[in-house]
Design a binder for this molecule. Structure first.
Ligand SMILES: [Zn+2]
Length: 346
């Protein structure tokens, strides 16, 4: 191999490399060309291995040609690389084009559960009469849940509240919100106007009108000279506010160990308005809550003198109120978490 051969090979390599660089479709191909031509084991290196066979005088000349070839290829690579980079960026921008004026996708938002909505509505009405919402505790002791409410251990009325007990002896999941009456009376002095909404639990089989877990709203008013007429007037106002003005109401005798006398409070049937229909059992009335004058024993457990103070209490199921109001026939819907039901209360 002589000088002319080497120079010819270098020139051919230059032309081949420049053509490949010009045709490279992307930067990855350029990388490969660079390694193949200029790399340690590349074509240029292998051509230059022939230099050793040349006469010493010729070697610098081949070296100069080789440098020119290397410089030309490196310049072409750099040029092509920057051209490809800007067109690849343009392609990527086109591919990931973002129209910032496009309207956003709405996020689904939650809403208050219908039981909570009913409790808020009930509380809103009684707040107008000076009642203040108190929260009591879901785990109660037997004493407060039963005995202080005039339900001693052997009392047959305990059967009305099938109880779920917890591991701590003498403690249970409250079966009603009524123990909150005791806690409020023990904590404050009359006049008391307290509203006690909360979750209750009973060991009970579930059907269309019973659940083992449900809400109650308890009300308690204690002052000097409180009478059954005050209770009737308040509940009348409540019924008008909740179900509409002009609704007839009535008291019927009822029974609760912790009130004396005890009453059931009825409102005229919201479906038929009086004549009787299947919804009201053909009676023309719907029972919305139970109430009564606080039993003197309960006042005493609350630390109040029954000779001086009188009070009334009432308790209702917010789900039942909601069922009556919206014509819902099955209590289980409130605990099923079915969005088709819940969405109707958004
Ligand atoms: Zn009816």
């Amino acid at each position: 191999m002589d000088l002319a051969d080497l120079t010819r090979d270098l020139d051919a390599l230059r032309l081949r490399a420049l053509a490949a660089v010009a045709a490279a479709p992307d930067t990855a191909t350029l990388e490969a060309i660079e390694v193949d031509v200029l790399g340690k084991k590349g074509e240029l290196t292998s051509v230059l291995r022939g230099i050793g066979a040349l006469p010493p005088d010729d070697r610098p000349r081949v070296g100069a040609v080789a440098n020119t070839v290397r410089g030309a290829i490196e310049a072409a690579l750099a040029d092509r690389r920057s051209g490809l980079a800007s067109s690849e960026l343009a392609a990527r921008l086109e591919r990931e084009r973002l129209d910032v004026t496009t309207p956003g996708r709405p996020l689904r938002h939650g809403s208050l559960h219908p039981s909570i909505q009913a409790m808020a509505e009930i509380a809103g009405i009684f707040e107008q009469f000076g009642f203040v919402v108190h929260e009591s505790q879901e785990i109660e002791d037997d004493l407060t849940n039963f005995q202080m409410l005039n339900i001693p251990p052997d009392h047959p009325a305990r059967d009305l509240w099938d109880t779920l007990y917890v591991d701590v002896p003498g403690h249970l999941l409250r079966t009603h919100t009524s123990p909150g009456q005791i806690r409020v009376m023990q904590a404050m002095r009359p006049p008391i106007r307290a509203l006690l909404p909360g979750r209750c639990f009973r060991y009970e089989s579930v059907d269309a009108s019973h659940g083992f877990e449900f809400f109650q709203v308890e009300g308690l008013m204690v002052d000097e000279g409180t009478t059954l007429a005050d209770l009737k007037g308040l509940l009348d106002q409540f019924a008008q506010a909740m179900f509409g003005t002009g609704k007839k109401t009535r008291f019927r005798p009822g029974y609760y160990p912790f009130t004396e006398p005890s009453v059931a409070f009825d409102v005229e049937c919201l479906v038929c308005g009086g004549p009787g229909c299947p919804a009201c059992g053909r009676s023309g009335w719907m029972t919305i809550l139970g109430a009564g004058m606080v039993h003197p024993v309960v006042l005493q457990y609350g630390g109040l003198d029954p000779e001086r103070y009188q009070g009334f209490a009432f308790g209702m199921g917010p789900e039942r109120i909601s069922m009556l109001k919206h014509g819902i026939s099955d209590l289980r819907l409130f605990m099923d978490n079915d969005l088709r039901f819940l969405d109707q209360f958004r």
